[in-house]
Design a protein around this ligand. Structure first.
Ligand SMILES: [Zn+2]
Length: 277
């Protein structure tokens, strides 16, 4: 299990990837093209196990140590849940985290707010979350969840946020702190958010789950994750982000891009490519 990787510097901040582990899924979950096309473009059979990295990014500088996303804790099996241990190994223990900046509330991004006993994994952190996101997953009554999967996620989210009651900051779009900017990019979830780090003429967008499977969704951005809250909206948001970061040469960091998850997006002849670092 990798623990840390090369660190990227943007202005006053350094950004380092930390692995929570590996998530196994399959292209069968993808929608937006026929199954034949999905298999051909991805080069993977429908039922073939696909291993996706689960990354979190540590942003350090200007007196903050902010973690973008919180991992899974013990909720998604033995291949994940390594984030706290990997932070500790790097000399950046969970207790030293000042902020958790969430891209969205989903098991592989927010369940790690608490440990297996229900205690906060990042007891000294301010948890920063998009307003529409927390309203959807945490504020609503469980009975308002549309199906069992949504209700399971809501239950986990309520548990994960409970010990942080006095440490939650709800945000909209805009600069959260100097050089750290939130941009709502909805569809995968109602308040899915990309975090951009800017400084010294450079920028890095930590794009959360804008892309789950780069080997399919860059060539076919109209392919969506079957569990997206609103697949059509997620497609529009994905294309908008891909256009933006390819046009202005913003470096990107992805939660499910192969560890360490940094790269640049290029657009040629209407298609997108990634140059991973
Ligand atoms: Zn995810």
């Amino acid at each position: 299990m990798p623990d840390t990787s090369a660190t990227i510097t943007i202005g006053d901040y350094t950004i380092t990837t930390f692995s929570d582990g590996i998530f196994t899924t399959s292209v069968d979950l993808m929608i937006g093209a026929d199954k034949e096309t999905i298999q051909r473009i991805s080069g993977k059979k429908l039922d073939e196990p696909v291993k996706l990295s689960v990354n979190a990014f540590l942003v350090e500088g200007r007196g903050v140590r902010a973690l973008v996303d919180a991992g899974t804790s013990d909720t998604l099996g033995p291949d994940m849940g390594f984030l706290p241990e990997n932070l500790r190994k790097a000399g950046k223990p969970p207790e030293s985290i000042t902020h958790v900046l969430l891209t969205h509330i989903h098991p592989d991004h927010s369940n790690g707010l608490i440990d297996s006993t229900g205690a906060p994994s990042f007891p000294n952190a301010e948890v920063v979350v998009q307003e529409d996101e927390i309203k959807f997953w945490v504020d609503r009554d469980l009975s308002q969840g549309a199906n069992d999967r949504v209700r399971w996620n809501m239950g986990n989210a309520k548990k994960a946020f409970a010990p942080y009651a006095k440490q939650i900051t709800r945000i909209g779009d805009g600069e959260f702190m100097p050089g750290i900017i939130a941009m709502k990019s909805p569809g995968h979830t109602p308040g899915h958010t990309c975090w951009t780090i800017e400084g010294g003429g450079k920028s890095l967008m930590i794009w959360g789950d804008t892309v789950h499977m780069s080997f399919l969704q860059l060539e076919r951005p109209e392919c969506a994750w079957g569990y997206d809250f609103d697949p059509a909206m997620s497609v529009r948001s994905r294309i908008a982000v891909l256009d933006q970061v390819s046009a202005d040469a913003t470096r990107i960091a992805g939660m499910h891009l192969d560890f360490p998850g940094f790269g640049f997006i290029k657009k040629r002849a209407g298609r997108y490519f990634i140059e991973e670092e």
